[in-house]
Ligand binder design. Structure first.
Ligand code: SF4
Length: 64
């Protein structure tokens, strides 16, 4: 599983960063979230999917 954040949609609310405790997402220099790991490990998938579902602007997508 790979994830990307659409920088044009992210509003920097921090939900995904907080939810994953900076282990999957973190803020970049623009104050927007980005995925900081290439492949989401098994033990982070559930929380990563929660972050996808709870992003208010639907900025987070699973890369197909
Ligand atoms: Fe950006 Fe969505 Fe993460 Fe909020 S939850 S920081 S809008 S990607």
């Amino acid at each position: 599983m790979k994830i990307e954040v659409d920088q044009n949609k992210c509003i920097g609310c921090g939900n995904c960063v907080a939810l994953t405790q900076n282990s999957v997402f973190d803020f970049n220099d623009d104050g927007l979230a980005e995925c900081i790991i290439d492949e989401i490990p098994e033990d982070k998938k559930e929380v990563a999917e929660e972050a996808i579902n709870e992003c208010p602007t639907e900025a987070i997508k699973e890369k197909k």
